[in-house]
Design a protein around this ligand. Sequence first.
Ligand code: PHE
Length: 440
Amino acid sequence: MKENNRGNFGSKFGILMAVAGSAVGLGNIWRFPYLAGENGGGAFLLIYIGLILVVGLPIVLAEYSIGKAAQAGPIKAIRRLTGKRHSPWESMGYIAVTVGYILLGFYCVLSGWVVKFFVESAFGGLVSKSPSEISSTLTVFQESVWQPIVFGLAFLVISMMIVRRGIDRGVEKWSKILMPTLFVMLILLCINSSTLSGWGRGLDFLFNPDWSEVTTRTFIDALGQMFFTLSIGMGVILTYGSYTRKGENIFKSKGLATIIDTSIAILAGVIIFPVVFSFGMEAGQGPALVFNTLPLAFAELPMGGVLASLFFLMLAIAALTSAISIHELLVTVAVEQFKISRKRAALLTTGGVAVVVAGCASWDVLFDGADFASSNVLMPLCGLITVLFAGWGMKSKVLRKTFTDNGKYSKGIYPIFLFCVRFIAPIAIALIFLSGFGFI
Ligand code: PHE
């Protein structure tokens, strides 16, 4: 029996915005530019796009199909589809939940930085400061003991308030408003960057591959970035799939979400690198990149202060639609495993994540470690088990039926998808994994 009281997405546009809302976040605007900056720009971009096509998109489709077929979160989905309790495939669900707690804690701390930059640009005159004053804003904030914790926890509580309202009134409603607004904001910034002196050099860096910077670490970084940005390898897309019942062309809609996600990452690069070169900054400066460059770009614009506040607000909101998707996974699993109400589950999971927030905000090693362990190790592992399950573990009839919506859509694509899920994606993940960690 499938429960009818779990709630469902109300419309196709709502699902698209929720899936794209989960994917688009700090991964596109903060993480992608700084990793591309460290890994030779264009070369990183090409490897990343290649991986999305042969590994990322198939995982998105597999996860979504598993969730939709089972109408349940990751642990219960495996039980339903195998008809067994405690099959080895279930490990996927447990890894997903573990990553969920770690990553949400990390993500809230990072989103806290964004909220701080919003406050600074709205009330602290951030954009009129000099480059060195701007970079000290982030350092001073990180060094104050309580601020990162308070900002991170506040963010977590907002996420909880949305998730406890349920799928259609919470997640879907917000994603539909916030995502289009963010897009308009980015286009505006892109036009601004095109007027800067470093425009040409910025684009050259992003689109002209410099293979000399590429090492096995580049592949590990690109793989981790792909998992992080597409929200895959942790049951989030699976969980969203479980809240849809209506017939849909899964390939088309998830393909579109993937295209939106990739375009926004590229757009972020197009905005940021011209600023880096115009102001003689370092492209490979690491995680502070966006926080140090964007305020300078805004300073060039009329009403830069207002626009900067709006931008950081939008970024915080984009981060929120990602955070709620992870929160939703944790709540769904808690409801299913402990048979408690959604509201209670929201409170319980928030308590667990709060501990991670406090840890990641207080110790840099935990902050960096949480990102690395989740994106570069646990998510690829969970993604690997997911594709193996979709390709070899579950009944291929069920997968086919869900993917093609009973033979209505994408019948020609299905064999290619299945081939990627069965062979290409697992082999690619395994190879990158083994070589990145020095086993081969
Ligand atoms: N994809 C989100 C981003 O790019 C982060 C995220 C990761 C969200 C994993 C959900 C699950 O910011």
